[in-house]
Write a protein that binds this ligand. Sequence first.
Ligand code: AMP
Length: 299
Amino acid sequence: MSVLIVGSTALDSIKTPKAENPRLLGGSASHAAVAASFFGPVRLVGVVGKDFPQRYIRLYKRHGIDLRGLQVLPGKTFHWSGEYEANMNHRRTLKTELGVFETFSPTLPPAYQASPFVLLANIAPTLQYHVLEQMQRPKFVAADTMDLWLNVALPDLLKLVERLDAFVLNDSEAEQLTGEDNLLAALKKIHRLGPKYVVIKKGSHGSVLSGPKGLFICPAYPLHKVVDPTGAGDSFVGGMMGYLAASKGPVEAHIRRAMVYGSAVASYCCEGFGLQRTTRTTRAQIDGRVRELERLARF
Ligand code: AMP
């Protein structure tokens, strides 16, 4: 089954202590869409400007990503730049230039409206809501967010969260949202906002799922070297949703394994700048890392 993904489609300029890479293909939707594409068909919803390089369009196409929902408008593509410290867990945003996202209002192609799986990747919650409103009875809807929206658009975000099956956020965002530094207390409060499933991402320490059958602790794949973690969270949730959409039967039966697949794809994302390593990965390699994670976490 298809997964529809809306989010940012961006050019990212990324600086680490070792290297600087301008105008890479980035954005929450790009990372999530490529990650999901290893498992099945993906429909992308986003917007880019006339400056968006054709080679990035070709890259989406190589991954079989349906681009009927990608608008190309006069103006500049969303541009984000960030700088990492020697400790790659610390990142500073240098610039966010919204460009064509400033006036973007996605209208879904009719063929997209019946997509069973929907991932509202990180973007303004009003845009995420607008997409959700156009969907016809989706089977499973998940959304991701970031601290910015908790700061500047909390009422919009809460209106969205009410309608989600799964809300995915990182540990610091969960604390900011609930005022709780205890994970279990934070999870309880987030469930009360609406979602049946809550996934809290903890960066290189993995993630935690809370759902009707209790908790699941999902490991992160241990890496010797992180080159650029930008988009790891988006790859995680993209991989998870791609795997779920490709699995038959109830979500509950597959969601734990889907998270482990998300972890495996996210690990490849961290091993290269932007999408450079992820796009060279194969499904067989991802399966290999999932088997390793299974061995590492069994006791
Ligand atoms: P992550 O590393 O998971 O935080 O995701 C990084 C990605 O988020 C980058 O590829 C950026 O282009 C994208 N991004 C950064 N700021 C924003 C924003 N305000 N809205 C949407 N996407 C963003």
